[in-house]
Design a protein around this ligand. Structure first.
Ligand code: TEU
Ligand code: CA
Length: 515
């Protein structure tokens, strides 16, 4: 059913197209593969799919280097395939959100090709003279190395990511017009919303000042003028029937600055990445949940909860690391041992935690199968530019982008599927009632709506809260079992319930008996 508020409590499933499902057996996921799996996603119980970029791309950054914003990469299919997919998803009650990448484009985009040919056509990008033989300023690429690359005639261009991803210059009206037109292009084709890549980064301080040692309020992140862009975009979304939405990707340290993007005339929601950096500790988790709720409440936007995505170490692995300190981008490097059984137990509990909280929840493909980070990929197979730009110091993000194991044996694929995943296939998990897949299905079916929450105090090692209609979630984060309140009915548990006790690293959903 179409409602105006569908997005507020939505469960949104992230498809990374290259790695989801391969319809034609060439080793690369594609739209035909997704269409064949729509019934799987409908049965899983999600409300929408977010597609990582599906546009024509040389794939220097897995499609986040877009060469044409109005078409589909031939490896994935055609525009007609996308239109059919949108229609089929809608028929199953699933909405479609697509990625838009407005901070930069591919160096193969016609605009950049033109800029390289003629210095007079460079104003859509950030071209500057260097300082002698040095780049124009000290900015570093988020993938490692300098954020500037020199072209043959001696000028330098800015790229906050790979050198194949030149940053667009949003002081140019033409850039605004182009992206507004791209929004309409896809809204006209039935897309329900956009995930905005690097949403905080579009506007730069035009002075391009050195950052020195600064780590906050950088001249290329969260610069005030960016809000004007989203006010214009919101008007476009609101001009369409049925509710069309934006979710912004903003990695900002300050929850109040983050909330500014969620004002009622800007974005509908934003990714809350706090869980990615939060270790599995009751005090820290409680604080993260509370600060998220506190930041969202004044702007009236729903919170969102994210455990994994295509950029970070999968959370089974994070939660299984000895001495888990939460993810940072160095996490991939520290290589401490992983207790996968522990990580899986916690991932099961974390699923019940995030799905019990008010607001929206994101499920990254494969998290419903309990997949973990593949850390031992041979270097020659690694494709993420992070690996090359850091000269291997950071292995990059390929380990969370391994294709989904639908059934064994596995065919060829652009990254190899480990043999061990034969025990974690969709087919295998369908047949096993205690599998992660069945836990996700039950949880998505039973999760509460988008009302408020109220903490219940069951001691410092326990996170417990109440939602509407007597729904409660209790998680034991301590190292010893805790008694379960006996008068309550168990709706779902992340692990076996022995007698009336909740084991460590286990979550339970209960319905309070009404007095
Ligand atoms: O990511 C934005 C971002 O800055 C980080 O998540 C980045 O991936 C990390 O610093 C690398 O270690 C978005 C996309 O999610 C990511 O996949 C793209 O690579 C990036 O933008 C550029 O488009
Ligand atoms: Ca294919």
């Amino acid at each position: 059913t179409v409602t105006d508020t569908w997005w507020r409590g939505a469960a949104i499933y992230q498809v990374y197209p290259r790695s989801f499902a391969d319809g034609n057996g060439d080793g690369i996921g594609d739209l035909a593969g997704v269409r064949a799996r729509l019934p799987y996603l409908a049965e899983l119980g999600i409300d929408a799919i977010w597609f990582s970029p599906w546009y024509p791309s040389p794939m220097a950054d897995g499609g986040y280097d877009v060469a044409d914003y109005r078409d589909i990469d031939p490896a994935f299919g055609t525009l007609a395939d996308a239109e059919a997919l949108i229609a089929e998803a809608h028929a199953l009650g699933i909405r479609i959100i697509i990625d838009i990448v407005p901070n930069h484009c591919s160096d193969q985009h016609p605009w950049f090709a033109e800029a390289l040919r003629s210095p007079s056509a460079r104003k859509r990008f950030w071209f500057r003279e260097g300082r002698g033989d040095l780049p124009p300023n000290d900015w570093q690429s988020r993938f490692g190395g300098p954020a500037w690359t020199r072209v043959p005639d001696g000028q330098w261009y800015l790229h906050l990511y790979a050198s194949e991803q030149p940053d667009l210059n949003w002081t140019e009206p033409e850039v605004h017009e182009e992206f507004e037109d791209v929004l309409r292009f896809w809204f006209d084709r039935g897309v329900d919303g956009f995930r905005i890549d690097v949403a905080d980064g579009l506007v730069k301080d035009p002075e391009l000042p050195d950052v020195g040692g600064a780590t906050e309020r950088l001249p290329y992140s969260d610069v005030d003028g960016v809000h004007e862009i989203y006010r214009a975009w919101r008007k476009i979304a609101d001009s369409y029937p049925d509710k069309r939405i934006f979710v912004g990707e903003m990695w900002l340290p300050d929850p109040e600055r983050f909330a500014l993007y969620l004002r009622s005339d800007e974005l509908h929601s934003g990714f809350n990445f706090d869980f990615l950096a939060c270790p599995w500790e009751p005090e820290r988790l409680r604080a993260v949940i509370q600060s998220t709720m506190d930041a969202h409440a004044p702007v009236g936007a729903p919170a969102t909860w994210v455990l994994s995505n295509h950029d970070v170490t999968r959370h089974v692995t994070r939660y299984g690391r000895s001495g888990d300190t939460g993810f940072d981008f160095a996490d991939r490097r520290h290589g401490t041992p992983v207790d996968r059984e522990l990580g899986t137990r916690r991932a099961r509990a974390a699923a019940l935690l995030t799905m019990a909280l008010p607001g929206g929840v994101y499920v990254y493909q494969g998290e419903e199968l309990g997949l973990w980070e593949i850390e031992d990929l041979p270097d020659e197979l690694r494709q993420d530019p992070v690996f090359a730009r850091t000269k291997g110091a950071d292995p990059g993000r390929d380990g969370c982008r391994i294709p989904i194991p639908w059934s064994a044996p596995f065919g060829k694929s652009w990254l190899p599927v480990p043999a061990e995943w034969a025990d974690y296939t969709v087919e295998e998990q369908e047949a096993r009632p205690d599998s992660m897949l069945h836990l996700y299905r039950k949880a998505l079916a039973l999760r509460p709506g988008d009302g408020g929450m109220e903490w219940i105090d069951l001691g410092s090692d326990v996170l417990a809260f109440r939602r509407e209609d007597g729904f409660c979630c209790v998680i034991n984060l301590g190292s010893t079992p805790i008694p379960l309140p006996v008068h309550e009915n168990v709706l779902l548990a992340s692990g076996p319930i022995e007698g009336a006790e909740l084991a460590p690293d286990t979550a339970v959903w209960l319905r309070e008996a009404t007095a």
